[in-house]
Design a protein around this ligand. Structure first.
Ligand code: ADP
Length: 190
């Protein structure tokens, strides 16, 4: 199995590059952000709880997102591999992912980390907010909080995956096509 974590701060381009990766490598896309937004759209109790946190730019509790990922993996028996997008976001989530994959006799093949400058992140998110209508993409204070939460809770994963020799930093500045070419160079060596 080829199991990829696409990593980076909010606005780094994880979603756009995930689409390119799925098309080329035929992996199952697991985006915790997308799953949470579909729960919000359905108005489920989980969605109502998640929306309150997402609208502030805070993380949803680990047990909720780990449960969602577990469910999706269990229900994808024919997958050739997965691309994890927006997950893991905490060390506890990364440890849980290692365990879930180990139970399936597989593991994280590699981490693709998109590096983008702060000003560019804010610009991209505000731009996306105009089309997506996402409330967390339209308010500068919420965007800044999301980037702060990333620095605080998610960036420790850089050392977590470096210690496993799985971390691959990619320059995330440039056109979507250009960045994808950089990603394929790394992924073709997995
Ligand atoms: P972005 O990468 O642009 O921040 P996402 O769609 O990945 O967008 O995430 C949007 C929001 O959903 C996050 O700010 C957070 O509130 C919630 N979320 C998504 N994934 C996770 C996760 N793995 N753990 C906790 N919260 C999450």
């Amino acid at each position: 199995m080829l199991n990829i974590v696409i990593f980076g701060p909010p606005g780094a381009g994880k979603g756009a590059q995930s689409q390119n990766i799925i098309n080329k490598y035929h992996l199952v896309h697991l985006s915790t952000g997308d799953i949470l937004r579909s729960q919000i759209a359905l108005g489920t109790p989980l969605g109502i709880k998640a929306k309150k946190l997402m609208d502030k730019g805070e993380l949803v509790p680990d047990d909720i997102v780990i449960g969602m990922i577990n469910y999706k993996i269990e229900n994808s028996p024919d997958a050739k591999g997965f691309i994890f997008d927006g997950f893991p976001r905490t060390v506890a989530q990364a440890e849980a992912l290692d365990k879930l994959l180990k139970d399936k006799k597989t593991f994280v093949s590699g981490v693709i980390s998109l590096e983008v400058q702060y000003n560019e992140l804010v610009k991209r998110i505000l731009n996306r907010g105009k089309d997506s209508g996402r409330s967390d993409d339209q308010d500068i204070a919420i965007i800044q909080n999301r980037i702060m939460v990333y620095n605080d809770k998610t960036s420790p994963l850089i050392n977590f995956y470096k210690a496993q020799n799985k971390y691959h930093a990619i320059n995330g500045m440039g056109s979507i096509e250009e960045i994808f070419r950089r990603i394929t160079k790394v992924m073709d060596a997995f």
